[in-house]
Design a protein around this ligand. Structure first.
Ligand code: G
Ligand code: G
Ligand code: MN
Ligand code: NA
Length: 261
């Protein structure tokens, strides 16, 4: 597999970079955090989307060092933003794959959770400046090991989000059992709230359910003012999407914060 061979060299070559998409208060547009999204600057193909290479990295195991690289760089970015804006508790949201929990971190004794907490501590960041995003399907298939480490992170103050929420048949009872703070409502729901009364009702129910369970909702992929206005009316406070901003380079994300300060 050519892509895989190229991928194996990419960390050493410094070919990965992070982009950051603002997560905003959808009513006032103010920035609460950024989702870190990895990009691969391939020597001949140019920018390759993670949609193409994350699954390959998961299969090969490269996701462990790559995920560590992503987390470390995301946390460093958050530390810089907090220096720029001492008044704003900007957080960084990082996508994490199940496979990363089975990686080796500084020796066989150390868990992924412990390693993450050490990285945050090393940067002098409060744990609440990190949000860990896990997909719903991953949590549904967990045998308890991942959930236990998420609970350890959460006990230390790191927040946990279910990414792509709504696509994995979650049940109410399952949500109450999981160590979770945030539901990232999948873009496929947002896409249809303005055109389908049924989808609108489903999202309205999810927002109410989240309030009962004391979970925060982040609506993903908001592209139009109509979508934003419907979400605000439902009582959904946070979101991200092209209406507000595309994913930005580190420099542009810093500039974005400066302009808001
Ligand atoms: O940014 P973009 O829309 O191309 O991202 C596509 C997918 O790649 C998203 O589903 C996102 O969750 C995933 N992704 C982006 N960055 C990372 C990362 O650092 N780690 C993992 N595991 N997935 C990522
Ligand atoms: O799966 P995950 O939610 O982690 O991935 C988020 C992906 O969605 C990123 O690849 C990001 O580039 C993309 N994205 C973010 N906002 C929008 C949007 O408003 N419209 C579309 N089409 N994609 C978006
Ligand atoms: Mn995500
Ligand atoms: Na998503």
């Amino acid at each position: 597999h050519k892509l895989r061979a190229d991928l194996d060299r990419a960390i050493a070559d410094g070919a990965f970079l992070l982009h950051f998409q603002p997560i905003v208060g959808i009513g006032d547009g103010r920035t609460h955090g950024f989702e870190a999204l990895v990009r691969w600057n391939h020597p001949t193909r140019g920018m390759v989307s993670p949609a193409e290479f994350i699954s390959v990295a998961e299969e090969s195991g490269l996701i462990v060092p790559l995920g560590a690289w992503v987390l470390r760089n995301a946390v460093e970015a958050a530390a810089q933003w907090r220096l720029l804006h001492p008044g704003e508790d900007v957080y960084v949201s990082v996508n994490v794959s199940a496979r990363q929990f089975r990686g080796q971190f500084k020796g066989p004794e150390q868990s992924f959770a412990r390693w993450v907490l050490d990285e945050i501590d090393r940067m002098g960041l409060p744990p609440a400046s990190l949000l860990v995003e896990m997909t719903e399907s991953l949590l549904l298939h967990d045998d308890g090991e991942v959930t236990a480490e998420l609970a350890e992170l959460r006990a230390a103050g790191v927040r946990i989000a279910i990414d792509d929420f709504g696509t994995g048949f979650s049940s109410l009872s399952y949500l109450r059992r999981l160590p979770v703070d945030v539901l990232k409502l999948d873009k496929s729901f947002i896409d249809t709230i303005a055109s389908s009364a049924e989808q609108h009702a489903v999202v309205d129910m999810i927002v109410q359910l989240a309030a009962i369970l004391q979970l925060q909702i982040v609506a993903e992929g908001i592209e139009t003012e109509a979508e934003r206005d419907l979400l605000v009316a439902m009582g959904c406070h946070l979101g991200q999407g092209y209406l507000f901003s595309r994913p930005l380079s580190y420099g542009d994300a810093s500039q974005w914060l400066l302009e808001e300060a």
